[in-house]
Write a protein that binds this ligand. Structure first.
Ligand code: UDP
Length: 325
């Protein structure tokens, strides 16, 4: 395994670290914030709310270790005082969002990452980049290991997200190698759970929303494409462990339990008990045919693996969406 040989200089962490979470009002950002608060951190959430929502963080109002700043991290980020960690999670992240917001997606992956790295460098903070399995594109290697370079169409509809995140990884490694910064990169695979947006277009909210309103479940293509779904608390645990490690190369975090999208639809029908049927629609351009993380690196380095089984995670997610409909 490629280990970085760069001498890293970080300032010692205080008992109550101060942590900036960009994208702090998003699905993952808000769950990460809760974990960091539980670990005793002070958290400053930054979000411009283009896909995030204050509803995800309203329960934190009144917590004197939490502060929210509404700002666009693709512009300059100003945070007064000490900062010990910067978690860069800001980005539109569903295929529909980045089709609708192609330029903000490119900007937050490029300019936003540059600003977040600059903030971390200025403060002597540890930096963690939320990267993605989309770096592997439509993969020709299966399951995907971190040393696979990927198969990405730079000018296709997903290119704005994939290439921005690949640039963000390159920028992060450059700050690590050139400035000796303590940086980490997590490649996040499909994740689900409460606080996903019902209408973000991703398959989990789409199918659950359709099942709960007795609409047909819209399978794109023939449904033989595969995904591997990780429950959000497992993902956040892997990310927190990575933030505490001394590893600087990318690490996959995701659940290797792979299924076809057709099987996923059938499971949603079974678990919700809906009379809905499957309905087949055209497959979007460049939709990856397979996706499954190889998590050997996370297992070995972080002692991490997912614990929440599919039925349990999906039932909790369905309960959340019932309250949203
Ligand atoms: N998908 C689908 N029906 C939907 C939404 C998505 O069949 O209503 C498929 C999509 O084509 C892809 C998979 O489900 O093959 C996962 O899509 P998602 O948007 O959740 O994220 P992706 O993993 O493609 O980034």
């Amino acid at each position: 395994m490629a280990r970085s040989t760069v001498a890293v200089s970080t300032k010692p962490k205080p008992a109550v670290p101060t942590t900036v979470v960009t994208g702090g009002a998003g699905f993952l950002g808000s769950h990460l914030t809760e974990r960091l608060l539980a670990e005793g951190h002070k958290v400053i959430g930054v979000d411009n709310l283009i896909t995030g929502s204050t509803r995800n963080i309203e329960h934190l109002a009144g917590n004197d270790r939490y502060r929210f700043i509404r700002a666009n991290v693709s512009e300059y980020i100003f945070i007064p005082g000490d900062v010990d960690y910067v978690f860069h999670f800001a980005s539109p992240a569903s295929p529909i969002d980045y089709l609708e917001l192609p330029i903000p997606t490119l900007k937050v992956g490029a300019l936003g990452t540059h600003n977040a790295l600059g903030l971390a460098k200025d403060k002597g903070a540890t930096f963690l980049l939320a990267s993605t399995s989309e770096c592997y594109g439509d993969p020709l290697v299966h399951p995907q290991k971190e040393d696979y370079w990927g198969n990405v169409n730079p000018i296709g509809p997903r290119g704005v997200y994939d290439e921005a995140k690949r640039f963000a990884e390159a920028m992060t490694m450059a700050y690590h190698r050139f400035h000796g910064m303590d940086t980490k990169i997590v490649r996040i695979f499909n994740t689900y759970g409460p606080r996903m947006r019902l209408r973000d277009g991703r398959v989990v909210p789409a199918f659950i929303g359709q099942a709960l309103t007795n609409q047909p479940l819209t399978i794109f293509g023939d449904g033989t494409q595969t995904r591997s779904f990780c429950y959000v608390s497992d993902l956040i645990d892997g990310i927190f462990r990575l933030s505490q490690s001394d590893f600087h190369e990318p690490v996959n975090i995701g659940n290797p339990r792979e299924m076809t999208i057709k099987q996923f639809g059938e499971e949603i029908i079974r678990i919700t008990g809906t009379p809905s049927q499957l309905e087949f629609k055209p497959l979007p351009e460049d939709d990856p045919k397979v996706r499954q993380p190889d998590i050997t690196r996370a297992r070995t380095l972080l002692g991490w693996e997912p614990k929440v089984d599919f039925d349990e995670g999906i039932r909790k997610t369905i309960e959340y969406f019932r309250g949203q409909i």
